[in-house]
Design a protein around this ligand. Structure first.
Ligand code: KG4
Ligand code: ZN
Length: 335
């Protein structure tokens, strides 16, 4: 069985093919980062138009690269939400049209479930149940994952997502978009002891997050310095990153304790952060639990996670009609 996956929820066009025996046999990614860079963030209309230009040629390329013909594809999975409505509609329309033309099923995938399942795309995947931390540009959520498709929300950000906070702080420091990798790079040159940033919502019990106060604290620190040297920027970057990482680590530890689970799965763009991985690796050694991450290239948006999620849903008998429906807002617990 082969499933074609299409990801167009934001600023990456991802097209991939998952084969049940061989795994991912094609995985193409086109990033719109350059297109949006001058605006410091994603411009939704530009994103939709670019997905229109890229998706079909990339599907041709994926078929060619994997030696597949349309008749070898058994289903088409696409990201149905959450995400930018116009961008989602491009992927959904193309998926549904091809499904009609090729007479095969189409499956709308929840983007965050795609991220979650990317961590299972390995030779040694975690067993259910586990705690999942989904950290991306749009979401920061702790989930209790009891079995496939059975997830409970434990806590989430009350305001900015962790990735969004990285992006906004990067902008304050004059760093390019996306901010996460830029801050992580600069932080390697920073002196961690110079500033002490708050760990929001950690002094009281609970599993929710809030990053907007930390963002304001960073802005105030920048304002207090007036002129920023390269070293100031690096010192702020490392202090900010440590605050985010530490906050996430504290909440993960609480979530493991609250659920009694002993596996932790981290997914989403921010799971590529090396300082976060180091901190969670220490946590897992201390608690004697296991921590799982997606392959680095599968942390940020990609088509492989959508193809793989589509394969899971298809094997469980999920099917949908040809109506084009996307869900820009879609809580994962509704799955
Ligand atoms: O999952 P993703 O590709 O898209 C969404 O679903 O939002 O995540 C993108 C987010 C951006 O905010 C980006 O700055 C952040 O992930 N990110 C990182 C790193 N790589 C990407 N944040 C921190 N450290 C990184 N190395
Ligand atoms: Zn994503």
């Amino acid at each position: 069985m082969r499933v074609l996956g299409i990801e167009t929820s934001c600023d990456e066009t991802g097209v991939a093919i998952y084969d049940e025996h061989q795994g991912i046999i094609a995985n193409l990614l086109y990033s719109q980062i350059e297109l949006h860079r001058e605006f410091g963030g994603v411009v939704p209309e530009l994103a939709s138009r670019d997905h229109i230009r890229k998706t079909l040629p990339m599907i041709d390329e994926a078929l060619l690269a994997s030696g597949s013909k349309p008749e070898d594809i058994h289903a088409i999975a696409y990201t149905a939400g959450p995400g930018l409505v116009g961008a989602l509609l491009v992927g959904a329309s193309i998926a549904k049209s091809l499904a009609l033309a090729w007479n095969i099923p189409s499956l709308g995938i929840h983007h965050m479930e795609g991220h979650l399942l990317a961590a299972l795309l390995t030779d040694n995947p975690p067993d259910y149940p586990f705690v999942a931390l989904l950290v991306s540009g749009g979401h920061t959520q702790l989930m209790a994952c009891h079995e496939p498709e059975n997830y409970d929300l434990l806590g989430e950000s009350q305001d900015d997502a962790a990735g969004e906070a990285f992006d906004k702080v990067a902008r304050m420091l004059g760093l390019p978009y996306p901010g996460g990798p830029a801050i992580a790079d600069l932080a390697t040159e920073g002196k961690a002891a110079r500033f002490s940033f708050p760990r929001p919502m950690t002094s009281k019990p609970g599993l929710d997050f809030s990053f907007s106060g930390l963002k304001t604290f960073t802005l105030n620190t920048i304002a207090s310095l007036k002129v920023l040297s390269q070293q100031d920027k690096a010192d702020i970057a490392v202090a900010f990153q440590e605050a985010v990482v530490d906050t996430i680590r504290i909440k993960c530890e609480r979530a493991l304790a609250a659920t009694g689970m002993n596996s932790l799965v981290i997914a989403g763009g921010v799971s590529a952060n090396v300082a976060l991985r180091e901190s969670l690796n220490h946590l897992s050694a201390r608690l004697h639990c296991q921590v799982f991450y997606p392959d680095f290239r599968l942390c940020t948006d990609n088509g492989a996670m959508i193809a793989f999620a589509g394969y899971h849903r298809l094997s469980k008998g999920h099917r949908e009609d040809l109506a084009i429906n996307v869900k820009p807002r879609w809580p994962m617990v509704e799955l």
